[in-house]
Design a protein around this ligand. Structure first.
Ligand code: NAD
Ligand code: UDP
Length: 321
């Protein structure tokens, strides 16, 4: 197949490009590099089945006939989407509409990268796909949450009204190599801080929970869903739940760091708990994650070490220059 991956120069998107190429497909990666990096796809430079298109997918575009569209373009870390609030709303709405129009025009299948943020600060725990969520529509996180909820509604509408063959994956917190060191997410912050001997910044009292999925597990789940006939949303994440304090301890253990914890205020509307119910994915796709948090952090260590070195070298360079 010729497959379009939007956001393919980002963290998860670049791993999806690798997986598709590994299965023998041809990949067109469309990305405007808002939060992604060419380094994530540098290893594909000489791959004849890979094409990079520097493109804002919120603007109309056409890369020629494709058989599948995997729509991953969107800032994803809270720091990024709060910085690029309007762009996040645009790519969730206009970007998704452009991609769905594209799917309709070329009779291509479509998969939306949605998010556990659709559940907001949930009252149901763990979260099943049937839960409608508890989202503040006007809070600082709404630029992301509501953009993704709109994108889900749009995806279902193109399916109902235009017969587009669609899928929706609700991704839960994912980490691993290529996660941006400076994107403000908890794993990137803690790994950077631990490896640089800085205090780990715990927001609130650290009792809020998240469930962290290693990127190879996440991509395996996404690929299985892409090949399935399931059109309702499917949670893909790791159901092992950790408090942020437990996560900090795991990072200190894996890095061997002596860093201390520094408590900072909890950001507004920060969800108190998050954990996927993955019964649907288990049953429909025969998928479940296999990498636990400590092993995943261990496998990410080289990436974070070299990213920390690159930041330090950049700082020295700019001080010298
Ligand atoms: P990322 O920021 O690393 O990647 C997003 C990519 O989209 C970047 O390369 C960025 O440049 C690109 N992009 C943004 N706006 C664009 C536009 N208008 N046109 C073209 N490209 C654009 O983030 P990620 O963690 O890889 O997330 C990828 C997708 O997965 C996102 O849609 C995100 O909402 C979803 N997701 C991720 C997580 C996670 O834990 N990483 C959790 C839930 C959902
Ligand atoms: N967090 C933290 N310290 C940090 C970054 C994040 O304690 O340096 C917390 C944050 O408040 C949230 C959790 O870690 O409760 C996960 O945050 P992240 O930004 O990774 O993703 P979210 O799941 O909130 O989208």
């Amino acid at each position: 197949m010729r497959v379009l991956v939007t956001g393919g120069a980002g963290f998860i998107g670049s791993h999806v490009c690798d997986a598709l190429l590994g299965e023998g497909h041809t990949v067109v990666c469309a990305d405007n590099l808002l939060t992604g990096r060419m380094e994530n796809i540098a290893h594909l430079r000489n791959e004849p089945r890979f094409e990079f298109l520097e493109q804002d997918v919120s603007q109309a575009f056409d890369c020629g006939k494709v058989e599948y569209i995997l729509h991953f373009a969107s800032p994803a870390s809270p720091a990024d989407y709060m910085k690029y609030g309007i762009e996040t709303l645009q790519v969730g709405s206009l970007g998704s509409m452009n991609c769905l129009e594209f799917a309709k025009r070329y009779n291509a299948k479509f998969l939306l990268a949605s998010t556990s943020e659709c559940y907001g600060d949930p009252h149901e725990h763990p979260q099943k796909e049937s839960y409608w969520g508890r989202v503040n529509p006007i809070g600082p996180r709404s630029v992301y949450d509501e953009a993704k909820r709109f994108a889900e509604a749009l995806t279902m509408a193109y399916r109902r009204y235009h017969n587009v063959d669609t899928r929706i994956v609700r991704i839960f917190n994912t980490y691993g190599p290529r996660l941006q060191i400076n994107d403000g997410r908890v794993i990137s912050n803690f790994m950077r801080q631990a490896l640089s001997g800085e205090d780990l910044t715990v927001y609130g009292d650290g009792s809020q929970t998240r469930s962290f999925c290693y990127v190879s597990d996440e991509v395996a789940g996404i690929m299985a869903l892409a090949k399935s006939d399931e059109h309702g949303p499917v949670n893909i994440g790791n159901p092992s739940e950790f408090t942020i304090l437990e996560c900090a301890r795991a990072v200190l253990e894996v890095t061997g760091s002596k860093s201390k914890l520094r408590y900072q205020p909890l950001p507004q509307d920060d969800p108190k708990q998050r954990c996927p119910d993955i019964s649907k994915a288990r049953q429909l796709l025969g998928w479940e994650p296999v990498v636990d948090l400590r092993s995943g952090l261990q496998m990410s260590l080289d990436h974070f070490k070299s990213a920390v070195r690159a930041v330090a070298a950049g700082v020295q360079e700019s001080a010298a220059g």
